[in-house]
Design a protein around this ligand. Structure first.
Ligand code: ATP
Length: 220
């Protein structure tokens, strides 16, 4: 089993005056699969975004593979190490085509970039979205877009990402899609941190954590 360990110490994230994440400690072993559940607005997405450096007003310590990130080179390493499926995919003002998304994000790096993009395109085929590769992202349905992001994440893993941070990756999928995505995610040889309200997906994880008002507790 591959993967990198992830360690959070006393992480606090603010949105203005709101402490969306309020002193979170978390240790995830390399290769562990962790589901993060909890009430709406409890800080789950903010926590995931902080790991990627997408939430600026953060304090505390976040390590991936034992490495903190501060410099732009360290953040670039972090973003290559961590594949990312966002909750609210931005299609942008000038939306990318599907196949551009698969090669996007600066996360497909290294010598195997071509192989990684091929893997992402193949994954799109397996996930049933091959026919939308040449369409702008803003013309895709929510479920098609979510499948494209999953395919991109699989390409990132093929390119060497060892952690997958997924924010409600099955929320827009039909029943068969939820099953397929849960199986694919659970079989990946990486460390998984998945925000989800999907019980079946949480069941496949080694641990389930719950967030409430910015604080974390272990459920199983
Ligand atoms: N851009 C923002 N500006 C101001 N407040 C924000 C912003 N983004 C999130 N928040 C607030 O921070 C808190 C945590 O939000 P977050 O999106 O992390 O919750 P969540 O647990 O992922 O919720 P959900 O299950 O509904 O997706 C909420 O009170 C939310 O309203």
């Amino acid at each position: 089993m591959g993967g990198l360990d992830v360690g959070l110490r006393q992480v606090v994230c603010r949105h203005g005056r709101v402490r969306a994440v309020d002193g979170v400690d978390l240790e995830i072993a390399a290769g562990e699969r962790v589901a993060l559940t909890g009430t709406n607005g409890s800080g789950k997405s903010t926590l995931l975004r902080a790991v990627l450096g997408l939430h600026r007003h953060s304090a505390g310590t976040i390590r991936v593979g034992g490495r903190e990130a501060g410099s732009s080179a360290e953040w670039a390493w972090r973003r290559r190490a961590c594949a990312w499926i966002p909750q609210k995919p931005a299609t942008g003002r000038f939306p990318l085509l599907g196949r551009e998304l698969l090669a996007s994000g600066g996360r497909l790096g290294g010598a195997d970039r071509g192989a990684a993009v091929r893997e992402a395109v193949e994954a799109a085929g397996r996930l049933g979205v091959a026919e939308v590769l040449d369409r702008p992202l803003d013309t895709l349905s929510g479920g098609q877009l979510q499948r494209m992001y999953l395919a991109r994440a699989l390409g990132c893993v093929a390119a060497g990402a060892q952690v997958l941070l997924a924010d409600e990756p099955t929320a827009a999928l039909d029943f068969a899609g939820q099953e397929d995505a849960a199986r694919v995610l659970a079989e990946l040889p990486v460390t998984l941190l998945i925000v989800t309200h999907d019980r079946a997906l949480a069941e496949r994880c080694d641990r389930v954590l719950e967030m409430a008002a910015g604080r974390l507790r272990e459920v199983r």
